[in-house]
Design a protein around this ligand. Structure first.
Ligand code: 5GP
Length: 214
């Protein structure tokens, strides 16, 4: 247990949202304002975009290298998103959690389903855009994608939004600060759930000469 009373093993959080919702920006801010929270770096077979760096934004690998990793079970989850392969390295996530850090995966709804299916303990957060129109404006405004790609992302978003039903928390990103604050509150509250606090609480009980209940 660390000095602030956290159990030694970190918790796993999954964040999903339709493309263009701003989840990456939100989570990048989140890890800056929540201590001991880190984002797992995914592997992808897609080409790096201008300004993206290998080992920082993603681990960029060839499709063949990605498929070899799939074959040897190196991924906790992986998915084909818009024709490119993305995955979370099992060893990466596990070693971060073993080091006591809480880990957040920013992954699509298919990947989230796979992590859920493993039965490992996790909390999931779905970020919704304020409306379809706002999402469309954001996708057009960022000027990254062709008309075709934007239409594809909007179609995928239409298919994905109903997935919020499967998540523990739902946050609407209409204001970046408010969204980060809501997510920070979720993480901090999850850290003090009774079952997470048991070891720390029992140590305190001992100072009273009171035996733990369980
Ligand atoms: P982008 O190519 O715009 O960076 O990401 C496209 C989509 O891939 C996003 O919805 C993002 O959440 C998802 N994605 C990124 N990394 C992973 C991953 O490791 N696993 C899965 N399943 N999806 C990912």
């Amino acid at each position: 247990m660390s000095s602030d009373g956290h159990p030694a093993e970190g918790q796993l959080f999954v964040v999903s949202a339709p493309s263009g919702t701003g989840k990456t920006t939100v989570v990048e801010r989140l890890v800056q304002v929540v201590p001991e929270l880190t984002m797992s770096r995914s592997y992808t077979s897609r080409q790096a975009r201008a300004g993206e760096r290998d080992g920082v934004d993603y681990n960029f690998v060839s499709r063949a290298a990605f498929e070899a990793m799939v074959a040897r079970g190196a991924f906790l989850e992986h998915a084909d998103v818009f024709g490119n392969l993305y995955g979370t390295g099992r060893a990466d996530a596990e070693s971060l959690m073993a080091s006591g850090k809480d880990v957040v995966l920013v992954i699509d709804v298919q990947g989230a389903g796979q992590v859920r299916a493993t039965g490992i303990s996790l909390r999931t957060i779905f970020v919704l855009p304020p409306s379809f129109d706002v999402l469309e404006q954001r996708l057009r405004g960022r000027g990254k994608d062709s008309d075709d790609a934007i239409r594809r992302r909007l179609d995928t978003a239409r298919a994905e939004v109903a997935a919020y039903e499967d998540y523990d928390y739902v946050v609407v990103n209409d204001d970046l600060d408010a969204c980060v604050t809501a997510m920070r509150s979720i993480i901090l509250a999850e850290r003090v759930r009774r079952e997470r606090m048991r070891r720390h609480a029992d140590a305190i009980l001992k100072t009273f000469g009171v035996q733990p209940v369980a």
